[in-house]
Design a protein around this ligand. Structure first.
Ligand code: P53
Length: 484
């Protein structure tokens, strides 16, 4: 089958904390991501447990690390030093876009400095320039699950309105420095994850709240501050360059009702509104949707929002939408067996197979999702993450015969093609990931997503050398022929 759209963007996505390493060089501060230890006994299907151990004490203790624990994101895959080699491989696979994230902790390590850290600015100038040398368009995530610790420690995360200003200052610096080197900007990775895992998203810690209801209140207020900050930087960016392009990033877990019982249909609608549409609605339509006000009322959430903020949201909406898509699930009023769904617990679907981590593979669901989002928002769409994590080892020919990955990617690409034929305006795809990285949730190196194998194990033992998997050659060929 030929892929229809000729001007489509093809590439890979990564995130600073999962690839860079070099956590303590050139003035960088520690981030929440680098303060979560590797847990060797973690149940791969119970990710919620991995975050329960995150307390202020565990975070403070991690700084000196007297227990000698392993913190994988401090080392990543050493992309900080090896990015030239990595970008060359992306280019040689015929990729034409790279989605990367910038570490706030390299630019304003404490968040509240007046001046940016020159060494940090220099690193990204070099990295972004190298992307251009390799003919890669660039999509930048401004903050990808790696809030600097000082912002959590001193300001208690995004609940504090000062953090809005710090984020704006950080963004202005990036626009000033890199406007010509960046093609697409995404302010905050998977903004909806902040509600299910606030430690990663908004940097608020449960123990700082006296009751469950205070905690829910804080989660939505902190999220509101992120929405405001996004609109504000859209306004600022557009004044600096009217052609600047801003998108959002949402963890898109589409769900189906467990059966045709209207009660379950309604339950699914409710779940999709709260876990998915709410976030796109605010950023694409510029206002809080009606259903969320009922939810707030029933959960005693008393959102503090001014008239001025309402105007700001309304006047500064998205140019395009991006989302991550890995799996789908089901919902039901009755309690059903749950599949893991990575922090988003969703019901099992007997028609789908799942990965070792319990993620249910559903290519057709991607076509459904693209149609839904296009119908709802009429904004260009971009799939900013999609891929499969598998435990892999190099074989004697120094490669990995990852036919399952070729199947996963090609089946999803086929469905994107179908959506394009349906008339959906979807303009690009960055797979997660072009190269093996440290897993965001479980901190494992052994959960591999890449077309390129990286020789590090969960304890960062290994040469760090890069090896091409079978899927790398498959992708390169697909880009040459357009044949799926
Ligand atoms: P790992 C939830 C649902 C879907 C994707 O995840 C999610 C999450 C929250 O973790 O995260 C994204 O590495 C995220 C990436 C991450 C990738 O999915 O846990 O944007 O940083 O690596 C895959 O397997």
């Amino acid at each position: 089958m030929k892929f229809e759209r000729k001007d489509f963007l093809w590439g890979g996505a990564t995130a600073a904390a999962q690839v860079e390493g070099a956590y303590d060089v050139d003035g960088k501060s520690l981030t929440i991501s680098e303060m979560r230890p590797y847990q060797s006994k973690l149940d791969r299907k119970k990710l919620e447990d991995s975050l329960k151990t995150l307390t202020r004490k565990s975070l403070v203790d991690s700084i000196e690390n007297k227990e000698g624990l392993h913190y994988p994101k401090r080392y990543g895959i050493d992309h900080y030093n090896r990015y030239k080699e990595d970008l060359k491989l992306f280019k040689e696979a015929n990729m034409n876009i790279y989605r990367l994230s910038i570490a706030w902790s390299r630019i304003f390590p404490n968040g509240d400095e007046k001046e940016p850290n020159k060494k940090g600015l220099e690193f990204y100038k070099n990295l972004l320039t190298e992307c251009k040398k390799n003919n890669l368009k660039v999509m930048v995530t401004i903050n990808h699950f790696d809030l600097p610790w000082p912002i959590i420690d001193k300001y208690k995360g995004w609940i504090n309105r000062d953090v809005i200003d710090m984020f704006i200052k950080y963004c202005k610096t990036l626009f000033n420095e890199y406007m010509d080197l960046v093609d697409y900007w995404l302010p905050i990775n998977e903004i909806n994850i902040g509600v299910v895992a606030p430690e990663l998203g908004t940097g608020i810690l449960k123990e700082d709240y006296k009751s469950e209801s205070e905690y829910i209140q804080a989660k939505y207020q902190a999220l509101h501050h992120q929405f405001i900050a996004c609109s504000k930087i859209f306004e600022i960016g557009r004044k600096m360059n009217k052609d600047i392009k801003f998108g959002c990033m949402v963890a898109n877990v589409t769900t189906y009702p467990s059966d045709c019982n209207p009660i379950n249909q309604r339950e699914n609608q409710r779940f999709q509104q709260l876990s998915r549409f709410f976030f796109y609605d605010v950023m694409a339509r510029g206002e809080y949707p009606s259903y969320i006000w009922r939810y707030f009322k029933e959960n005693n959430v008393n959102l503090i929002i001014s008239e001025e903020e309402k105007k700001l949201l309304k006047n500064n909406t998205l140019d395009f939408i991006t989302f991550s898509y890995y799996m789908t699930g089901t919902t039901s009023k009755e309690s059903v067996e749950k599949s893991n769904g990575n922090l988003m617990s969703v019901g099992k679907n007997p028609f789908l197979k799942e990965t070792e981590w319990g993620w249910q593979i559903d290519p057709v669901g991607l076509r459904i999702t693209l149609n839904q989002l296009w119908d709802r928002y009429q904004l260009p769409l971009f799939i900013s993450e999609n891929g499969i994590g598998v435990v892999e080892t190099l074989n004697k020919n120094n490669t990995v015969e990852d036919d399952y990955r070729i199947e996963y990617l090609s089946k999803h690409i086929e469905q994107i093609n179908e959506a394009i034929k349906d008339g959906v305006d979807v303009f690009g795809y960055t797979m997660w990931t072009p190269i093996d990285v440290v897993s965001a949730t479980t901190n494992e190196m052994s959960k591999r997503y890449g077309l390129i194998y990286v020789d590090y194990d969960d304890y960062h033992n290994g040469s760090g050398n890069r090896y091409l998997k079978k899927s790398y050659h498959w992708f390169k060929k697909f880009r040459e022929t357009g044949e799926i």
